[in-house]
Ligand binder design. Sequence first.
Ligand code: CUA
Length: 296
Amino acid sequence: MSPHSAEARAIADLFDQTLIVCGVLFVVVAAPLAWALVRFRARGTQEPPQLHGSTRLEIAWTIGPLLVVAWLFALSVRAVGASDPPTDHEPDVVVVAHQWWWEARYPSGAITANEIHVPAGKRLVAEIRSEDVIHDFWVPQLARKVDATPGHPVRIWLSADAPGTYDGACAEFCGAQHAWMRITVVAQPEQEYEAWLRHQLEPASVTLGVEATRGARFFREHTCAECHHDGPAPGPNLRHMGARTTLAAGLLDNTPENLSRWLADPQALKPNSHMPSLQLRAADVDDLVAYLEGSR
Ligand code: CUA
């Protein structure tokens, strides 16, 4: 309802136009019907006159709807073209759907999860992929909805005409945690975006206190780093995790308390997710929280 890109505006306009056409049709049909119900209601026991056939009326109510449908079809064809024009360059960001989170890979090598940053006012080509089952990328204020099908990457335009955060979700049932597969697009002024992108390639600027140092070692030496590492990985890249707004693809606000709960028993919070409950000791959880929340 509040589009923030040319592509999304084309879809919103089609909705408005269709709503107006259907609203007028509703009145055109419902008003005479209501009038007829009152005007020709039964009076006493006398049967009203029975009429059969009217060539003029039948021609009118065949041609009228035909023209309306043809008009809606033309509007739809125009909107499809405007909301999904062909892309003309290699992807600026590759968005990979996983059960149940989103990965964003940038050509520079930066990788993030569940939060895609884009420069406001610039049109990007986004390639949408899936690593496992069919998902569907949908950020309604910015772009068309598009399936993420394994082995069949597709490209769409992704842009936001003003800085802001734009929420999206997986829109194709993809398993137990389909509902918690949220995505946020963060549109920033171009310089801010460039700085963000550069920072993603740098080591996290974590102040390594005693706890965070222990947490970093634990992360490297135990199973965490097997799934959460740089490069295409089975789990989200956590290098700058402390700077993200949510945990577990939108399930929890990113706070130290919530991260503790999550690390202590992810299966209790997001059953069937591929993050196992590792029965970590409370002290190890505290160390990991200090390390991960400090990684910005
Ligand atoms: Cu992924 Cu629904």
